[in-house]
Design a protein around this ligand. Sequence first.
Ligand code: NI
Length: 176
Amino acid sequence: MTIRRVLRLGHPVLRQVARPLSAAEIGSERVRQLLADMVDTLHDYGGIGLAAPQVGESLRLAIIEIAGGPTRYGDLAPMPLTVFVNPRVEVLDPATTGCWEGCLSVPGLRGFVERPRHVRIDCLDGAGTPATLELRGFAATVFQHEFDHLDGRLYVDRIADPALLAFDAEYERYHR
Ligand code: NI
């Protein structure tokens, strides 16, 4: 079990455009180990998703795990731990949905971000098999947030109103 340190806002790797994985890399021991570390790290820090650049690996790779049930984001459909390799996002409906987002790379803060509410994801799974998902609402937000990391983008870049950036305690008190 290896818990990696999650890089924080300001680390230059978080601002790089990550490179795609080759077919040969996807099943490699190195990537298998990286994914195992990312799972350990996500579970240790707590969170919904983690992208490889957040642990210092500039690769187009992310994991997402949604526990489901009632949360502060509303009732979520659960998604078991899933690996996404070289994902592409296509916007199916540009109408937006707004959400207070947080990020393990921006600890202690939340910000209100609007994103397209209906997207399609084309990617490879952890075995290199092509997969397609259609997502709406909060799930669409989660995926767009994670995959932004692969392009060197953080949710704070997408906050339209700077007044809607808050520490966790102030978010709970004034904005929830
Ligand atoms: Ni994040």
